[in-house]
Design a binder for this molecule. Sequence first.
Ligand SMILES: C[S@@+](CC[C@H](N)C(=O)[O-])C[C@H]1O[C@@H](n2cnc3c(N)ncnc32)[C@H](O)[C@@H]1O
Length: 240
Amino acid sequence: MSRYGYAASAPYYDLVYRGMGKDYRDEATCLRGFFEWKLQCASRRLLDIGCGTGAHAQHFSELGFQVEGLDISPEMLAVARRRSPAVTFHEGDLSDIKLAGKWGVITSEFGAIAHLLTYEELCQFCTWCWDHLETGGVLAYEPWIRPPQYHLGWSAKRRVCLPELEVTREGFHAREGDVAHLDQFFTIVRPGRVVRFHEQLLMALYTTGQYENAMRAAGFAVDSCYNRPTLRGTIYGKKL
Ligand SMILES: C[S@@+](CC[C@H](N)C(=O)[O-])C[C@H]1O[C@@H](n2cnc3c(N)ncnc32)[C@H](O)[C@@H]1O
């Protein structure tokens, strides 16, 4: 089993979320609106941290940003590189980012930030972003599930069917302190072949206050939007 999950499931990630109706183009377009209008970002250099298969990165690039992505999973990055050859993708750990440079926007979508397992790491991440944003730049992250909404036990089964491929994913949620243990069981069916595998994700259960305060502690002016444009809302910090 991979340390960070997503290794075996990477080729099916987009299929599962497309099947659930997640619209990356719409999310990127709405986020662009915030970056350009509400928060007036410094430049159009954008870094997407925990970029996964690069769907947001692709749309940000099509919307005119100079995009770079960072992720820890070589398998997710392989999908991202095939999708967007024009975007630069870096392999790296968000708890210890080695990139040099400054960006106008740093973003982290769909709960990738919750892979930082302690509040101290979340604060260090925000400080790194402060140091690597231009003045007037924006940090935007989408939180993961907050403790009151986290339900232990089995989650909904997702099944996506194409003519020659069926992907089923079922999750089991457990908890140790403030860290969620999410076991995901996959069944991949092709004509004459069935493959089953299991991945485990560890994700922190931060409160809304912790997500916002980590940004404030780094120096950001914080603003939040909890029903748009992404599933769990977006927290914005501006480097004034
Ligand atoms: C839920 S996915 C979100 C991917 C993408 N942002 C999206 O919107 O689809 C979380 C991503 O975080 C990445 N990840 C997990 N731990 C990480 C770490 N320590 N450093 C960098 N990326 C990490 C995973 O490989 C995965 O691609």
